[in-house]
Design a protein around this ligand. Structure first.
Ligand code: ATP
Ligand code: MG
Length: 207
């Protein structure tokens, strides 16, 4: 089983949005995917609860950062496990360490702002000290803006960057509210971005 960890010390950068959309991308390819929500705010769990039964299946688990290590040992039997984490990662050093060491890839979503990249760059440096594969993925990007290429140059100094960024999409919230992934919305322009990030993830994990 491959494990994809979605993690960032910054709130609201798209961890849960990316977790659910990549889970949908995987299940649409008939991959046996499970999600694990370790955030007490449980946004991913609420999304999963809203998902209609006839949608392609995703197995879901809920846990806490304090028992992250046990969850990593106990959750087996899937092809892919996607783990969504809370923001206050520094409060759970032991749980976080277990997640990082068990991950086949750590994705670090980041908004293209100076505030976000300052803390995510430090986070990436910490992740790399564990010698696990990790990459940034830019979210809520204003495509073609100069700030985007400047941000990429900054991030590139400390770690890998997924070459496909996710644009700011007005209806992102509504799609989530319906328990859907973007790839389940016919001809949605954000679908290509999610497919691109998913392809990157698969290549990186050797899946
Ligand atoms: N690309 C996007 N375009 C527009 N809205 C987005 C995008 N990505 C995420 N959002 C919205 O921004 C908000 C924060 O996203 P999300 O909940 O995925 O972040 P998070 O990192 O999981 O936050 P938290 O730290 O609170 O867990 C949500 O309302 C989500 O729908
Ligand atoms: Mg979240």
């Amino acid at each position: 089983m491959k494990r994809l960890l979605i993690s960032s010390p910054k709130g609201g950068c798209g961890k849960t949005m990316i977790s659910r959309n990549l889970a949908v991308a995987a299940t649409l390819e008939n991959i046996k995917v499970a999600t694990l929500d370790l955030d007490p705010q449980a946004s991913l769990t609420r999304w999963w609860n809203r998902r209609a039964e006839e949608r392609p299946p995703i197995v879901h688990y809920q846990g806490t950062m304090s028992d992250a290590q046990d969850a990593m040992a106990e959750i087996t039997g899937h092809e892919l496990l996607i783990i969504d984490t809370p923001t206050a990662v520094e409060e759970y050093p032991q749980g976080m360490k277990a997640l990082i060491l068990g991950a086949d890839l750590v994705l670090v979503p980041t908004k293209p702002t100076m505030d976000d990249t300052d803390s995510t760059m430090e986070w990436m440096t910490m992740l790399r000290s564990y010698d696990r594969p990790a990459a940034f993925v830019l979210n809520m990007a204003k495509l073609r803006a100069r700030s985007l290429s400047e941000t990429k140059r900054r991030l590139n100094a400390v770690g890998r960057i997924c070459p496909i960024e996710i644009a700011e999409r007005e209806d992102m919230h509504r799609i989530g509210a319906e328990g859907l992934g973007i790839l389940e919305v016919s001809r949605h322009p954000g679908g290509d971005e999610i497919s691109g990030v998913w392809q990157f993830v698969k290549n990186e994990m050797g899946a």
